[in-house]
Every structure is written in C-alpha cells, then in structure tokens.
Design a protein around this ligand. Structure first.
Ligand SMILES: [Zn+2]
Length: 237
C-alpha cells in the first residue's frame, strides 16, 4: 500500500522507501516508490525536488507528477541494475518545500480575506509558484481601492493574530463539487479540508503551515479585474 507522508505530516523531509517500478515516459526516466514524501505538482503548487539515494549513488529528483494514479519521480538517470524492491533513501529539499508551503498557505489566506472583503467574489483558481503567484476569482469588487485596503488590512490582522491552520478529514457522499479535489487522498469517501482561523473550509491536498506567524509578509503586487474575473498577484518577503 502506498503511504502519503506529505499529506499526514509535511515536516518530514527524509524517509526510506521501497522501489515499486522504474520506467520512462515522454517526460523522462522515473521511479515509483511505496512512500510519497515528495509533493507532486498539482492544485497550483509546484512539485518538490530533492534526492534519491540508491546504494552509494545519489540521483536528483527534478520533478514529481501524478499520472495514471501513480506518483512518478523524474530523475536524471537510473541505475544500470534493476532496483525493483530495493530500499532507498528519499530526501526532499526542505528549503523549496518550505517556500512552496508558505506560498500555498498565503494563497488560501488571500482567497479567504478577499471573499470576506467582497462577498460577491468566489475564488476559482490558485497558482502559488514563487515569482508568479496569483489567486483568481469570479466577480468584480464594487470599490477597487476599498477592496484592496480591506485585503491588506485583513492579511496583516490574520498574520499578527497568528491564526491557526487546521487540516481535517470529513466523510462525503461525493455528490458535491468537492469530489475532484479528493482524487488522490486516502479514500473516495473522505475529503481533506483546510481551514484558516474562522474562515471557510476548503478541500485541498496541498502542504500548509500550521500557523500564520510562519508566513512572513504577503505583498500584493497587483489586483486587476477584467470581464468579471479578478486576479490578485502576490509575493512573500
Ligand atoms: Zn491548500
């Protein structure tokens, strides 16, 4: 059985795993293991990178993707011998993971604060890649300047008050629109939900800070509305 470590505890950066399979597809050479320590790109969050240590050799994990219900770890090379069944060491790059976790959590917070600042907005898309991060909403704020001020104040307050971030699971009958978010979680009947402070819960399979004091400062770079779509771009400092 595949164990999803990053979903359970995203502060674990090393573990041992057993190799299930190695192969090559259009993206390159890949390794499938029985423990998912590396975050696979998805939900707007970039993939983890890091190392696989196989015997005395070290292989760089350049990218991690979900494909055909498998998590493929793309490496620059594979050992010449068959490593199926071998126990190997996995090591996630902790700096990259931490930065991605901060950006991802900041995306949630911006969505939460913006939807309170203007009740007509609905967050529909998040892209939390450092350097190009944004959250997109359907709807347009009534008053751009007031909206932006409210967001900035809301972010400052949430961080200063150190809102807690909770992750929990809920049973579901799959009949609502959340089903697609859960495709890679523990069971078809469970949603993984993320909730910051008293904001609304949202289904999510990403990695999150446990409290907002760890986030740093969120800088809103742009807030633009066009044809009833509002896009808020941000970075962390
Ligand atoms: Zn999330």
């Amino acid at each position: 059985m595949i164990e999803y470590i990053y979903l359970r505890d995203n502060s674990i950066f090393t573990t041992q795993a057993s190799v299930i399979h190695t192969d090559e597809d259009s993206k390159g050479l890949y390794i499938i293991v029985d423990k998912i320590l590396f975050y696979p790109q998805g939900g707007g969050q970039p993939a983890d990178q890091g190392l696989f240590k196989i015997g005395s050799d070290v292989y760089k994990v350049k990218d991690v993707r979900r494909s055909d219900n498998q998590i493929k770890h793309y490496v620059s090379a594979l050992p010449e011998i068959d490593i199926t069944g071998a126990i190997i060491e996995l090591e996630v790059d902790p700096k990259r993971r931490s930065l991605n976790t901060r950006y991802h959590t900041a995306g949630h917070l911006i969505a939460d604060v913006a939807q309170v600042a203007d009740r007509g907005l609905i967050a529909t898309k998040g892209h939390q890649f450092p350097g190009e991060a944004y959250i997109e909403f359907t709807g347009k704020p009534d008053n751009d300047i007031k909206f932006l001020d409210n967001i900035k104040n809301g972010l400052k307050k949430a961080i200063a008050d150190n809102y807690q971030v909770s992750i929990y699971y809920e049973e579901s009958d799959k009949s609502d629109g959340f089903a697609s978010y859960n495709k890679y979680n523990f069971s078809d009947q469970q949603f993984r939900l993320c909730k910051i402070g008293n904001f609304v819960s949202v289904p999510c399979g990403g990695t999150h800070l446990s409290q907002l004091s760890e986030i740093g400062e969120i800088v809103i770079k742009r807030c633009k509305s066009k044809q009833k779509i509002t896009k808020i771009s941000y970075e962390l400092s």
